[in-house]
Design a protein around this ligand. Structure first.
Ligand code: DLL
Length: 425
């Protein structure tokens, strides 16, 4: 078994717990000492003396943080170091348009690179392999994170950035790209452009994709289309970017969270109470080694569950969580039925002949919501087939239209917009 950091990736759960307790204390104390935002929060919650915080069991006394805290303190109100120690920043605007900023010291960049390098090696990357990075190199954390990690893992980077898909395919052929990285929908786009233009498939081996809804059905489609093994990489601006929260391994049975860098909790999104392993809830993260902007009990909004804390077949010991099932703020309620966009994706990918381009259109007329599911499919697929399958899977049968390949809008840059809201006046 090859690891980027064998000792850290295979330490026993007892060692992990001990290590986490030490690092949790350090992080809580660090934030208290360095930034009034955290001090005020702790004090308001009744934590008057730092010595009251001893180990993970005391976390329940620490208040949660969330995206609004980042937005309210824009740009650097939660920063815990002197500004002259900052070396990089990234930012996500999210659907509301208000920015969430993450800033990095050089130690934070090293920590990010280490997490991302572990992901590359976990996927099978070896020194000198060519990695093509397709997210943009800009405020979005995807491009730079994949770059920092590739440098640490000793890979040869083709920093293609976003868009210009025809050139991406040529680069992959000319430079012998082995590892293709990007957002999920871009993997679909690359295959589509290849087939539309009749281009020959580059000899790719590994795909590392994330940043969006990524059903198992979609993962398998991408694998068979591009002839690669596809991995589900996870991370977010607030935790330090792509790869910080881990990836699935060759066993493809859950995402290994880098637990020596992040402490995870799963809570009931409504009651905020901690849930036992196995139950789906909202993922809450406390960073253990981030300097500039640590996250403390950060409510990610992402829904998942603990799959296993046992040693994995791959030899790694870090806890596995399930694929992200959706976001707490993504849940759609139509005519009394609750569902997540990813459930629609999973159901659609089960229908042979349905292509991986779809839209969930929420129409609201006089305050009443309805949904249409538009999807691209080949001629063998009928509207009845889709309605019947969605009824079986979701419990209701939304109407929608079938489009030919290439008819639904595409995005070459950033995350695909799958859910569209239309208010009819
Ligand atoms: O999307 C980081 C990233 C870049 C991950 C490239 C993977 C690949 P943000 O823009 O801050 O950062 O968005 C973070 O995207 O809270 C999830 O809701 C979603 N997300 C990220 N990875 C996955 C995934 C990047 N593998 C938000 N599966 C997160 C499902 C994901 N959702």
């Amino acid at each position: 078994m090859r690891c980027f950091n064998y000792i850290s990736e295979t330490m026993s759960q007892d060692e992990i717990i001990h290590f986490q307790n030490v690092k949790l204390r350090e992080t809580i104390h660090w934030a208290w000492a360095q930034n009034g935002f955290f001090r005020k929060r702790y004090t308001e919650a009744g934590l008057l003396r730092l010595h009251d915080f001893c180990n993970a069991g005391d976390l329940i006394h620490i208040p949660f943080t969330n995206k609004s805290d980042f937005r309210d303190t824009y740009p650097l109100g939660m920063c815990c170091v002197d500004r002259h120690l900052l070396r990089e920043m990234h930012m996500s605007s999210g659907s509301t348009g208000t920015a969430v900023v993450m800033a990095y010291t050089s130690s934070d960049i090293e920590q990010w690179a280490e997490c991302m390098a572990r992901c590359y090696v976990m996927a099978g990357a070896a020194e000198g392999n060519v990695v093509q990075i397709t997210p943009s190199f800009g405020l979005f954390n995807g491009g730079f994170g994949m770059y920092h990690g590739a440098q640490s893992a000793g890979l040869f980077v083709v920093p293609a950035g976003s868009g210009n898909t025809e050139r991406q395919i040529k680069l992959a052929k000319d430079f012998g790209t082995k590892i293709l990285c990007g957002v999920v929908s871009y993997a679909v786009r690359i295959y589509e452009v290849m087939t539309t233009l009749g281009l020959e498939l580059p000899d790719l081996k590994i795909g590392i994709f994330g940043a969006e809804s990524f059903s198992e059905g979609m993962r398998q489609r991408i694998e068979s289309q591009l002839g690669i093994e596809a991995f589900d990489i996870y991370g977010m601006t607030e935790t330090g970017g792509v790869g910080t929260l881990g990836m699935d391994c060759v066993a493809h049975n859950g995402i290994h969270v880098w637990e020596d860098h992040y402490y995870i909790e799963i809570i009931d999104p409504v009651t905020s109470k901690n849930l036992p392993d196995g139950e789906q809830g909202e993922l809450v993260i406390t960073s253990l080694s981030r300097q500039a902007i640590p996250v403390i009990r950060f409510r990610t909004g992402d829904l998942t569950r603990v799959v296993s804390r046992e040693k994995c077949d791959c030899g790694r010991t870090h806890t596995r969580i399930a694929k992200i099932a959706g976001r707490t703020d993504d849940m759609l309620i139509i005519k009394g039925v609750n569902f997540f966009p990813q459930q629609v994706e999973s159901a659609l990918m089960e229908i042979p002949g349905v292509l991986p381009q779809y839209q969930i259109v929420i129409e609201e007329t006089d305050g009443v919501r309805d949904v249409r599911i538009n999807v691209e499919a080949d001629e063998s697929v009928t509207g009845y087939m889709i309605e019947k399958h969605l009824k079986e899977r979701l419990g209701f049968s939304p109407k929608g239209d079938i489009f030919k390949q290439g008819e639904l809008p595409r995005q070459e840059d950033g995350k695909a917009k799958r859910v569209i809201y239309k208010i009819n006046e």
